[in-house]
Design a protein around this ligand. Structure first.
Ligand code: HEC
Ligand code: HEC
Length: 245
């Protein structure tokens, strides 16, 4: 190779290295796409994105704009400055009243480090027809763990994946216990007359009850929740029942 070619080669690799460095993200998101489920009767769905400034300079987030008027974004301040190493949340609330099917939405984050496009999908649960419901109940009567399998899992198990606490309660428990038109055998957990300590919640969540429609959620009992998820529910529920007393 000639000297000229070597020079050109050196210059090219230098510019590629530089380009790669400037392209390295300085604002990191916990995910660029999220998927959530809107339960039957739910009017608003909340999606949060966690942002972290991994660069050595402050980043200013000027605004977050949304793809439709049915959503609202909130962030800690406007403009919002994230110091190096700092993290925080942008929360988007979507009104799903009167909507059906799956909605795909976009949120654009305008930051001093560049513009990022976030997307999220809201799957709106359809109310089950009386016939489907009767069939589901009879399947569950024969096997209360059926909710965790096959097509039942789409509504009764998958939405719980990776969630903890309040968010988990809404999809794993609220689906039955907070349904607008609850079946008569599903009790209202907010008005329990018995003392409700940690052991009570742990027992019901982990094991459910044989010969009823209440499944056991721990993996040992055939459910789909991890120990950490079960613990997060026990904590949430024993705290809220203490407050109620
Ligand atoms: C499309 C989502 C969806 C699917 C699929 C689904 N369920 Fe449900 N399930 C619900 C909802 C929502 C409720 C709350 C009651 C209501 O609004 O119908 C519920 C309630 C229940 C209940 C409580 C009793 C009642 O009717 O209120 C049982 C038991 C149950 N489902 C079992 C099953 C079984 C077993 C399957 C699979 C054969 C299944 N479900 C599939 C959404 C679903
Ligand atoms: C498939 C529907 C369904 C789901 C999902 C469900 N439950 Fe239940 N649950 C029931 C039914 C039905 C009963 C009534 C059992 C009986 O007949 O004693 C019940 C009973 C209970 C009880 C006993 C209430 C009492 O009367 O003392 C508690 C506590 C409870 N559930 C908590 C939960 C929690 C927490 C979750 C989420 C991890 C959950 N349930 C999810 C259907 C469900």
């Amino acid at each position: 190779m000639t000297r000229m070619a070597w020079l050109l080669f050196g210059w090219l690799s230098f510019s590629f290295a530089l380009a790669a460095q400037t392209a390295a993200p300085s604002l990191v998101f916990d995910a660029l796409h999220k998927q959530v489920v809107a339960r039957v009767g739910q009017t608003n769905v909340v999606v949060s994105f966690m942002l972290t400034n991994v660069s050595t300079a402050p980043i200013v987030i000027r605004d977050v704009s949304l793809s439709c008027g049915c959503s609202a974004a909130s962030m800690p301040a406007k403009p919002w400055t994230l110091k190096p190493g700092e993290h925080g949340q942008v929360t988007v609330t979507t009104d799903v009243r009167g909507k059906r099917g799956s909605l795909v939405k976009t949120a654009i984050v305008y930051a001093s480090s560049g513009t990022r496009v976030l997307t999220y999908q809201v799957d709106i649960q359809e109310p089950t027809t009386p016939e489907e419901r009767a069939r589901n109940q009879s399947i569950a009567k024969a096997d209360r763990l059926a909710v965790f399998r096959g097509e039942c899992a789409k509504c009764h198990a998958e939405p719980a994946k990776g969630k903890l606490g309040k968010e988990l309660f809404a999809v794993a428990c609220g689906i039955c216990h907070e349904a607008e038109h609850r079946a008569s055998m599903v009790p209202d957990l907010k008005v329990l007359k018995k003392p409700t300590a940690r052991d009570y919640w742990l027992q019901w969540i982990a094991h459910g009850k044989v010969d009823t429609l209440m499944p056991g959620f721990s993996q040992k009992a055939g459910g789909r929740l991890t120990e950490e998820q079960v613990r997060s529910l026990v904590k949430l529920l024993s705290r809220s029942s203490e407050r109620a007393q």
